[in-house]
Write a protein that binds this ligand. Sequence first.
Ligand SMILES: [Zn+2]
Ligand SMILES: [Zn+2]
Length: 115
Amino acid sequence: MHREGHDPEDIQPGDILCDFCMRPTWELDIPSIEGHHGSVVCVECLEVAWKTLVVDKQGMEVKPNCTCKMCLEQREGPWWSSPVRDDASICRRCVKQAAGVLHKSKDWDWKKPQS
Ligand SMILES: [Zn+2]
Ligand SMILES: [Zn+2]
């Protein structure tokens, strides 16, 4: 996401925040994946989500009508929700997709956690 009050003509590294932990991923140089409408998930949130949804096969129930921050769709669960924002959730499909992108990326040395 973009920091509130950013200048769209002049995006600064500190203007790009992870939707799930609200940290400036560009400024801190944390690998991150962009979703629709400028939503962003950083590798650390992705890793927690991956472990929860894929490794442990756990998930959280979310409010009805909740849409995924990354794909903006309503889906069946399971979901992973942000610990700091109750309106930020990501669906398992997007977690898998983002993990796949990051896994293959030559820019970042990241592997899907197995346990
Ligand atoms: Zn994050
Ligand atoms: Zn999604």
